[in-house]
Design a protein around this ligand. Sequence first.
Ligand code: ZN
Length: 662
Amino acid sequence: MEEFHYRDERFADIQMLRYRLNGFERLSLRQKQLVYYLSQATLFGRDITFDQFGRYNLLIRKTLETVYTDQRIDHGSEDFRALSTYLKRLWFSNGIHHHYGCEKFKPTFSVKFLTDALHTVDARRLPLADGQTVDALSEIILPVIFDRSVMPKRVNKADGEDLVATSACNYYQGVTQQEAEEFYGIDRREGLSDKCETGGSHHPLNSTLVKTGDGRVGERVWKADGLYANAIRHIVYWLRRAATVAESEQQRQVIELLIGYYETGDPRLFDDYSIAWLQCHDGRVDFINGFIEVYGDPLGLKGSWEGLVEYIDEEATHRTQTISGNAQWFEDHSPVDPRFRKPLVKGVTANVICAAMLGGDEYPSTAIGINLPNADWIRAQYGSKSITISNITDAYNKAAYGSGFKEEFVIDRDTLALIDRYGDLCDDLHTDLHECLGHGSGQLLPGTDPDALRAYGNTIEEARADLFGLYYIADPKLVELGLLPDMEAYKSQYYTYMMNGLMTQLVRIEPGHQIEEAHMRNRSLIARWCLEHCAAPGSPALPAMSLVKHDGKTFLQITDYARLRQLVAELLAEVQRIKSEGDFEAARSLVERYAVKVDPVLHEEVLARYRKLGLAPYKGFINPWLLPVCDADGEIEDIQVNYSETYDHQMLRYSTEYATLI
Ligand code: ZN
């Protein structure tokens, strides 16, 4: 196994991270092969996503890559550096628009620099069509790159405009919004409907709508003998290899259904695949591959291509199984009124996985949790499969550690050392307690309306689950179960939780705004309630926790963790009572008093300290490089994981090895 290097790579508003394939070495050879073949299928779709996000993206990518790598170009000039940054952003966004804001990038190199460069580089490496001159290529791409009025937004959702004509995404060619809606029989007043009496999805995710020469509207389907054929055939080739090493017959059938869908383009096969996929739980390895999310289409019809390969995180799964296996013990010992406890409680085992390869719309920017399929009718009839991706979360945590964030906001070195030692473990454990037990614990009194708390319901529910987790993370039972090493560990969670609730989560709030989001409200509620109630009754001693000033900066100080746990227990009992009795007035006063308002002075201080750290707002991931190791007969005997590849090396390599559409 390669040494894991953490190298920080930054450009524009982006920070690149790496994720580690924990436990990959413990997979069987067959499982490793499966991961490898599925990874190839995940990387071969890359060009599809680029083309979907804008019709000139591939042309511009290839052109700029030629300039970027040609030794005749002066690599020291300011223009060259600006072009490099532009290209890195283009790679990151799978196109020339910002991955999050969707607005077109503003180049800071000059038209003249690019024009000259195109005449300097080896013309054979430029994406010229047969007989096309460099000038003709320039004429096409220069306005797209430099003219701010050309394709300004990838997805336009401004009400009242022709959303199809004004969006740069490539799902509709020469078609107006009205024509697209007529073609699919969409009534704009009723909006889209995914439900249909026959139980099928109405609108195919996998086609481009085009206007033909005679003015008629028609579909070009993405399939092995249709649009994107070359990319799809490569995906199918690797899926076939994957099918030969599937972990079970059921998993093999899932892969076969997907192959059938890619070969025929028949949306019903994608439904069949989705149903079989969500019901398949027997393997350690799993994957997502297809035209999935519709955020990139202003009409929400067409699916952007994405891929993900994953395997079960055994350590995390062991943790959630241990917690769930003891669910009744936790319920019986909780500090709430016995009338509000559940007589029979069943814990949930979360599906925690490690990502092994990210592709298409999931690369390099990716989610930390996924719940699929999207089709409402399938979810209603068959349910869904939900995963949380532990090694991606882990990479985010590690990045936060390296950023100076903790050093800025944590009060002293002892507390920092505590967090360094136990922080990750306790964060994961608190999330597990919240998800696997917290939400499922407790019961309503007979006759209580489940919606009695109305708009305050979400915050109270999240607070209940968080408090359950906070109470038990400090319980000797967790040490006894082997989930925590000692009775010091929980203190790291208490410190970071309260610091976040009182101070650091405010970095996500705009100046002058209040707290709106339910999870943020719940953290504020718990932290500020505890702060207010922590003075020991009738005692002149130091309060268990307080906000103190050092050199004009505010810090959280905790002096009595045991007392803090008593407060957590008290608040848990009260929050459970509110929920069980449906006490709307009490919910309102708790939330309004502790969860919503922001102290403007503290807020401004926290924002200023955060800004000074100069952190990148967006993060993405460099994939590991999976390398097959072969024996003398060419048979794969192992898959090596290499983490040493740089961002630009990986992107240039992908543009060569997985180039299918240009
Ligand atoms: Zn929750």
